[in-house]
Design a protein around this ligand. Sequence first.
Ligand code: ZX9
Length: 439
Amino acid sequence: MKKRYASTWESLKEHQVPKWYEDGKFGIFIHWGLYSVPAFAPQTWELGEVPPDETWFSNNPYAEWYYNSINVGYGPSYDYHVQKYGKDFKYEQFADMWKAEKWNPAEWARLFKKAGAEYVVLTTKHHDGFCLFPSEYTDYNAWRRGPQRDIVGDLTDAVREEKLRMGLYYSGIVDWTFADDPILNNEDLFHTASPTFAYADYAYNQSMELIDRYAPSVFWNDIGWPRQGEQNLPYLLSHYYNTVEDGVVNDRFNDLFHDFTTKEYQSGSANRREKWEMCRGMGLSFGYNAMESDDKIISIEDAISLLVSTVANNGNLLLNIGPRADGTIPEEQEKRLLAIGEWLRVNGEAIYGSRCSSRESIKYTDQIQVHFTEREGALYVLIDAKGRSQVAVTVPGLRGNAIPLDPEVDAEITAVDGGLCFTVKNFGSSQNIAVFRLN
Ligand SMILES: C[C@@H]1N[C@H](CNC(=O)[C@H](c2ccccc2)C2CCCC2)[C@@H](O)[C@H](O)[C@@H]1O
């Protein structure tokens, strides 16, 4: 029986995180848009490594921030823009250069399936205000300009064809077509961006469009919601849940409500008692940065290690890809997705459908950590020994026999004073993360 939500915070608070999101564990984030044409940002820091102040915003590693990075009028992206496109070249001109001429959404969806992802989240409108769907509220969109396609609709269909969940990202509080004072610090970020009731209505109306046209399984709002529109949120969110009962929303609605909290690189907080999601690019950027070569992005081991440590602590990993403007996915990004899929094909029973164990993760050294998950009465021990070919760890308080999920893993397990000692001589194809099931 479908529950109906009233447009009140009390009613919304009854919403439970749906099983598919608890079980899914791994999603693919996609940042694709006009910024994919210049595809440039300096490779400086991870978000959270330095304070979000002028230095960060004038040397922004996020290629999808290209508009603001040139709008500040100085810094590496500004210099790049002047040199490559000329001082008078307007960002909006990228709208007629973005053709997505090689884009095949079914190919993308097949890759995400092979990667072992359970859901996908695509940008529908990023901070630059360009919409990847035929919005009634602006012609600055991919139906009228550039690709002249309903990017959101075409990818949604292809993703659902592969039986994956489709989520949509919306930049709620920042839209540089409404307010484009250069953003140089966090105060600007949360205030300059949406000064008018008109914009608050625009964001509300577009969000309703997205819900009614695509019924997304995830509504991923970014940074915040227009202050002038906060009183509309109960209407928007109850409409969302009444349209998509097993939908989920994140925690970027001015901390007013969420199904799951978010981390982004080193920013944000997570505690294992409630559901959270970790998102990051493969390099330092979400939008494609042509400068980010294979050696500059996360290694396969580190990506799998991040997935394991996130899942073991009650989180999902939303790993981003930044496709090129022509619709192809850079080989180095595809390589990582396929390797994660390979690892999950062998070790996925410890991940999908698992729940956070009462046992906390153990960090022996920087290189050796042990994580735990539980599923259908079994305890899984995930030994992460990145960068080592062999390892011996004693895990206290365990007993019984442990079977490696990967038959290629060569390990000996011996009972020692109230614990089990795992000696792994060979990690097989499991990228230095060996998983054992304890019965
Ligand atoms: C997925 C990424 N989200 C970014 C927005 N990030 C945030 O709102 C950042 C954030 C990070 C973690 C939790 C909540 C908010 C804040 C921005 C400065 C300090 C922390 C976007 O600016 C970025 O382009 C990309 O879309």
